[in-house]
Write a protein that binds this ligand. Sequence first.
Ligand code: ADP
Ligand code: NI
Length: 213
Amino acid sequence: MDKALILEKTRYFVKDKMYKEGSGHDWFHVERVCNIARYLAQKESADMFIVEMTALLHDIDDWKFSDVYNTTVTEEFIKSVEVSEEDSNKILNIIKTMSYKGGVVNSTQNTIEGMVVQDADRLDALGAIGIARAFAYGGSKNRSMYDPSIKPMDFKSLDEVKNKDNHTINHFYEKLFKLKDLMNTDTGKEIAKKRHKYMESFIEEFYSEWNFK
Ligand code: ADP
Ligand code: NI
């Protein structure tokens, strides 16, 4: 199968599977990640096929939504569209290692394709969209927006990341404000800086409205 056809089939498969996801992992997230990833890939001379395939498939098997993390669905799909063994190893390797997971595991990327897709995924967690996604995710877990009696904290284990019932503002400290210093590519860093600033002013305004006197 030629690569353009594989990409088309993959887009169709992912869109169908993720269209109605309500926690911020929906198809539109994937579409935005693909757009950013393509932009970064061009700037960084990364392999466009690997980058697009990985961006499309990166959230199909999400560790937060199952007890045992595996990439069964992704692997089966990749096999069905006849991606070469070499390419499918590259794609799966990135997908298995790119997730932040509360910062409690090592998610360092050692290929330019991995760096690009990880940056793209992280950029979509920043800025106006990132803020909206954080509250959408918190809402899907019935979490409050904010509780001043709970001080900002980091997580210690994957179990805590998944189950700790924290307010959503904590997520900015535990993850979002850290991402700009974790970007891999120069282009990613630049975009992250702008989105980071926007979130800082959002948080400042949030507290000032919260503490209205
Ligand atoms: P990654 O794939 O890098 O691990 P996640 O899947 O954890 O990223 O995050 C997906 C989206 O949900 C992001 O926008 C992220 O900021 C948001 N999110 C994840 N955990 C939380 C949380 N505890 N509170 C609010 N938003 C969250
Ligand atoms: Ni994602």
